[in-house]
Design a binder for this molecule. Structure first.
Ligand SMILES: C[S@@+](CC[C@H](N)C(=O)[O-])C[C@H]1O[C@@H](n2cnc3c(N)ncnc32)[C@H](O)[C@@H]1O
Length: 195
């Protein structure tokens, strides 16, 4: 088990409610709302879904959602939220680097999962993402821009580095550099249509 996995497991196991989970937000990220406005239907995948806020948001906006997290204790938060909101979501406990699905997703979201990966898993992840994202589909990513000064937690990466990593298949359509101190940046990519 990696340090990250241990940390995530401990956080969800200890959390009596969502307010104890420091990355939990009740509102979806801005570029997810933008992607939903631009798309608004089809299949969506929430990678590292956590408490399921964004999975529920996508389901409420007409997507058929698969939500994956490798900490089984995270899923009940999302399951309860989906029940409360009256939406159906397929929740799966799995490591995304080992997850198998037929793919063809119109919208893939990863808010805070990918930036914790080592180099080997980053490459695996990219291959999987590209095999799952439909032509013309959107990929929304939330990723640390700056690393912690003491080297704790996910490594930050600059915009160019992220953009190059997913090129040429994915084209960046919008980017937000957060300035509120959390240093998590938002990216909205689109997969180019094949000629
Ligand atoms: C910072 S949290 C963000 C959760 C959620 N996306 C949100 O915005 O509230 C990152 C999540 O990714 C999950 N995660 C990390 N690595 C993963 C992996 N390899 N496979 C599946 N889930 C993973 C963690 O368990 C955690 O729930």
């Amino acid at each position: 088990m990696t340090n990250f996995e241990f940390y995530y497991k401990l956080t969800y196991r200890r959390a009596k409610d969502e307010t104890r989970i420091h990355w939990h937000r009740d509102d979806p990220p801005r570029l997810l709302t933008e992607a939903v406005k631009a798309g608004g239907h089809g299949r969506a995948l929430d990678i590292g879904c956590g408490t399921g806020v964004n999975s529920v948001y996508m389901a409420q906006h007409g997507y058929s959602v698969t939500a994956v997290d490798f900490v089984p204790q995270a899923l009940p938060f999302g399951i309860r939220r989906a029940e409360r909101e009256g939406v159906k979501i397929e929740f799966v406990a799995a490591d995304i680097t080992k997850f198998e699905t037929a793919g063809n997703f119109d919208l893939i979201l990863d808010f805070g999962c990918f930036h914790g990966f080592n180099e080997k898993d980053r490459l695996l992840y990219r291959d999987k993402l590209l095999s799952w994202l439909a032509e013309g589909g959107q990929y929304v990513l939330g990723h640390f821009y700056r690393s912690d000064a003491f080297g704790i937690g996910p490594r930050g990466r600059k915009k160019e580095e992220i953009e190059n990593f997913f090129a040429p298949e994915l084209k960046l359509e919008n980017f937000i550099l957060e300035t509120d101190g959390k240093a998590i940046s938002q990216y909205r990519f689109r997969r180019g249509m094949l000629e």
